[in-house]
Design a protein around this ligand. Structure first.
Ligand SMILES: Nc1ncnc2c1ncn2[C@@H]1O[C@H](COP(=O)(O)OP(=O)(O)O)[C@@H](O)[C@H]1O
Ligand SMILES: [Mg+2]
Length: 326
């Protein structure tokens, strides 16, 4: 541990973006209301991604009504691992990651044993809107369980690490690797207790991390170093993230990706109000970077130029890459 993080006020003075500025200058300005459903509903995101040829975890089925809960057996079929999640959930709430079967029960990735009835009950809670944004009725989606690439074995504790890249008008501006911990129950959401580790945009090498508001360089469960790790296929992740602008049309998004052992890079979800803790993981403010992208776009627009995903990645890497480790 390197000590506690300074207050948000002190951070804002250093170009750290606060929630009001994010909402006013980015979310409201760049994200058209009518496009929100594309990212706020994971089933719609999946359909969009598939149509655009972007890889996502395979969907096994959707349950929309209490009556359809009977279909669960059929949807799961002979599979021993799968994931159930609220289509309109957030922050990892309501997600069930089943890793194995145990006699006629199921075992979650964090080792909890559940009966089929308990799983049905969870689905029913999802449908009532217990986990959905705004408490609206929701749908439950059942999908392929991602098996993380071996590279993450040494730096992670069960569950699936994910890679979050903030993308402004198709330009990546900041990246973070999120590592589940014992506390986060296999989920990579920071507020569940996962670790956020900054990533150099140019190289895909990890920087130091943040965990429960502390700066860390080691994983609390494995004690392995989380910094200085080369993420595989980094340019691929950058391109995937940049291309999500065309996929959804929203100008300010957080793109969450995973690296599956067999299927490679997959998009897990898109977020229209990406969190601000990524700045702590990177020990850098977003404001300077978003301003640089806005200036770049403005300069190009004067000449009537726009760039494709590959060009945008290169611009981002030269503007924001090769940061010096702390
Ligand atoms: N298909 C999956 N396989 C394995 N783990 C998953 C899967 N989907 C989600 N998770 C885990 O749960 C976390 C949250 O999932 P996500 O789809 O991003 O929903 P939320 O909107 O709640 O953040 C992920 O970061 C990952 O760790
Ligand atoms: Mg997420």
């Amino acid at each position: 541990m390197y000590g506690l993080i300074k207050t948000w006020k002190a951070l804002e003075a250093r170009g750290i973006m606060g929630i009001n500025r994010r909402n006013a200058d980015y979310v409201l300005k760049y994200n058209k209301r009518s496009l929100y459903p594309i990212v706020d509903d994971k089933i719609i995101t999946k359909e969009r991604a598939l149509a655009a040829g972007i890889h996502v975890p395979e969907m096994y089925g959707i349950i929309e009504t209490e009556k359809q809960i009977d279909k669960l057996h059929e949807i799961i079929g002979g599979r021993s691992d799968f994931v159930i999640k609220p289509a309109q959930g957030a922050g990892g709430d309501g997600i069930l990651v089943i890793a194995d079967r145990f006699e006629d029960r199921y075992r979650t990735v964090s080792g909890k044993i559940m009966s089929h009835e308990e799983i049905e009950h969870q689905v029913s809670s999802i449908l009532t809107g217990l986990y959905s944004l705004g408490g609206h009725r929701d749908r439950a989606l059942i999908e392929y369980r991602v098996t993380p690439d071996q590279i993450f074995k040494s730096i992670s504790y069960e569950g699936v690490p994910d890679i979050r890249i903030i993308v402004l008008m198709g330009y990546p501006v900041m990246a973070m690797l999120r590592l589940p911990t014992r506390q986060s129950g296999g989920k990579a959401n920071l507020h569940q207790g996962a670790i956020g580790v900054g990533v150099d945009l140019a190289t895909g090498v990890t920087l130091r991390g943040t965990w429960l508001n502390n700066i860390i360089s080691k994983h609390p469960d494995t004690t392995n170093a989380v910094d200085g790790v080369q993420l595989p296929n980094w340019d691929g992740f950058m391109k995937l993230a940049a291309g999500c602008y065309e996929l959804c049309g929203l100008g300010y998004i957080g793109v969450d990706m995973v690296l599956d052992q067999d299927k490679g890079p997959l998009i897990l979800e898109l977020n229209a109000r990406p969190g601000l803790n990524i700045q702590i993981a990177n020990d850098t403010g977003l404001t300077q970077r978003t301003h640089a992208v806005e200036a770049h776009i403005e300069a190009l627009a004067k000449d009537g130029i726009s760039e494709d995903a590959e060009q945008r990645v290169r611009v981002a890497q030269s503007l924001f890459g090769h940061v010096h480790p702390h």
